[in-house]
Design a protein around this ligand. Sequence first.
Ligand code: DHB
Ligand code: FE
Length: 291
Amino acid sequence: MAEIIGAITTSHVPAIGRAIARDLQQQPYWKPFFDSFPPVRAWLAEKRPDVAVVIYNDHGLNFFLDKMPTFSVGAAASYSGADEGWGLPVGLPFPGDQDLSWHLVESLMQEEFDIATCQEMLVDHALTLPMKLLWPDAEKQGAWPVTIVPVCINTVQFPLPTAARCYRLGQAIGRAISSWNADRRVVVVGTGGLSHQLDGERAGFINKRFDEQFMHSLAADPEWATRFTINQLVEKVGTQGVELLMWLAARGTLSGEVRELHSGYHIPISNTAAGLMLFEPAPASTALSMA
Ligand code: DHB
Ligand code: FE
């Protein structure tokens, strides 16, 4: 059976793509942000996952306001980026993992998550930039080291799924991966957040205190954030800050005790509080002794 080796959560601001394209990682503005990634890259290099399930939100590239599925899963052989208007280069396409895609689709439907299945899917900055941040040499080397399955959660057009529903989706994704009859190591990546608001009177709004509470809760009490309604979350973290739902879903894929191996937080990247976390399942012995 497949094994979930861990979950990584990260922000996905388009300006990061520009910094990568122009090699600005060591500039004072960018250095604190990029400096957070080497420990997570080292963990990936050591653990060598075969597949990444990437939970993210599309911002109008693959889905537009005319058709907006709440939850969707990619089932394509390959996924490409495209010009989103940010002036970023379109990188190397990502190889899909259709076997896991269809297993995920079947399992989620069985668990009464009525998802859209996408046999063609463009992936936007919310998927492409975290991949570049986690595997910065892959495109130079001409191949991504993992196959991917994109899972998309609507956080763009209201009504949005509740935090509790997103957490339960993550739990169902976790069960699906663990029941996948394949000798594969799977890493789950959740992208978005943390607090930010790009538009309106509160443009530029950031809530460090809430972000820190949320990051803290993910390790020991991941259901903490499920107590908030979507409107409360918008109030606390901004209209686009609700992208933290992807972090919640990614964390939900890990059942039992977890170990927090890395946590980084930096304000601002563009208009956003940028965060990075890495969790792995606690070894069985630790989980037993803590029970
Ligand atoms: C920004 C943040 C996002 O999450 C996004 O999707 C686009 C832009 C920003 O802060 O600039
Ligand atoms: Fe976003």
